[in-house]
Design a protein around this ligand. Structure first.
Ligand code: TYM
Length: 324
């Protein structure tokens, strides 16, 4: 039997090249080797207010982008998290074995609670729901970007704690990071992670940006005042562009860019990104031409995973002594 992988994306903001290089590209590469489940995690999205109409559109858009980026719905299950009730149910069962201290220590929670005066309970419970997403399918590998590492450690801690309290119930999931591109930084500020929630037109390259926009964004990307690339003294901005180029085109090496003037280098990086993203944009247009196609894919994904989720829910409830 093939090992199972699971991962997810929140249907918020615009999917960007960091999401692609940190996650989607690797999912597409791994799906042949593993039984794969890829979730659109709408229950995570609503931990902060979402305009309902926009959210619905974003769920469908995210599913279409998964396919455009190379996820084959005949090979992998593409699933909307809220369409499988077991995710929320397992999250509750896991909540009951999770010490509050573990949740207060999460950097995402700390960062958000420092910024906001009132914060929803969903933000605190966020990583427990994420653990449920993974454990419900007994996934052994979770391909993500580096920013999810702490959440995955917590998922393992919760699984371990549950297993030691109630007996072996969950498979221990391993984190899988890409070798290049695990943490793509913002173009406007290369000391900050590229993020869907950061507004500003120069911050991220969206997967659906047209070539002209990509050229402009790369031309404006923050670098430093040196004229040309010195591989022994890379500023964060140049290092980030080198990473993006390398992750988009494995035949590109930083050595090939040594000594290049920044203007020429940026043009080359933009070309490499456009070559990577244009087929995705093209495919996205084709996919969305049939308005019912995505609904069919999501229904197929749901039907495939429902029995898997149900089996884990029964096993977990039984282990805890609940009435099954
Ligand atoms: P999300 O929606 O923020 O991001 C989706 C995926 O993109 C990766 N990523 C990045 N990789 C490299 N550089 C970046 N700048 C960058 N920004 C984002 C993320 O690491 C992620 O792999 N909590 C998750 C969603 C989730 C999930 C799960 C993931 C819910 N349940 C279960 C895995 C397993 C999140 O908010 O991802």
């Amino acid at each position: 039997m093939k090992a199972r992988i699971l991962s997810g994306v929140q249907p918020t903001g615009q999917l960007h090249i960091g999401n692609y290089l940190g996650a989607l590209k690797n999912w597409a590469e791994m799906q042949r080797e593993y039984e794969s489940i890829f979730c659109i995690v709408d229950l995570h999205a609503i931990t902060v207010y979402q305009n309902p109409e926009e959210l619905r559109g974003k769920i469908l858009e995210t599913a279409a982008l998964f396919i455009a980026a190379g996820i084959d719905p005949e090979q992998s299950s593409i699933v909307v998290q809220s369409s499988v009730p077991g995710h929320a149910e397992l999250a509750w069962l896991l909540t009951c074995v999770t010490p509050l201290g573990w949740l207060y220590r999460m950097t995402q929670f700390k960062a958000r609670s420092e910024k906001q005066e009132t914060i929803g309970d969903g933000i605190l419970q966020y990583p427990v729901l994420m653990a449920a997403d993974i454990l419900i399918y007994q996934a052994s590998i979770v391909p993500v970007g580096e920013d999810q590492s702490q959440h995955l450690e917590l998922a393992r801690d919760i699984a371990q704690r549950f297993n030691s309290m109630y007996g072996e119930t969950f498979v221990m999931p391993a984190t899988h990071l890409p070798t290049v591109g695990a943490r793509i930084m913002g173009l406007d500020d290369p000391t900050q992670k590229m993020s869907k929630s950061t507004v500003g037109s120069g911050h991220a390259i969206a997967l659906l940006d047209d070539p002209g926009i990509i050229q402009k964004k790369i031309a404006r990307a923050t670098t430093d005042s040196k004229p040309a690339i010195d591989l022994n003294d890379l500023s964060p901005g140049i290092a980030n562009l080198l990473t993006i180029a390398q992750a988009c085109d494995s035949s590109f090496t930083p050595q090939a860019a040594a000594g290049m003037r920044y203007g020429d280098f940026k043009k080359r990086v933009a070309e490499i990104i456009i070559a990577r993203l244009e087929p995705i944009r093209q495919r996205y247009r084709e996919i969305t031409a049939d308005p019912l196609y995505i609904d069919r894919v999501l229904e197929q994904g749901r039907e495939h995973v429902l029995p898997l989720a149900e089996a884990t829910i029964c096993k977990t409830k039984r282990a805890m002594g609940l009435y099954v």
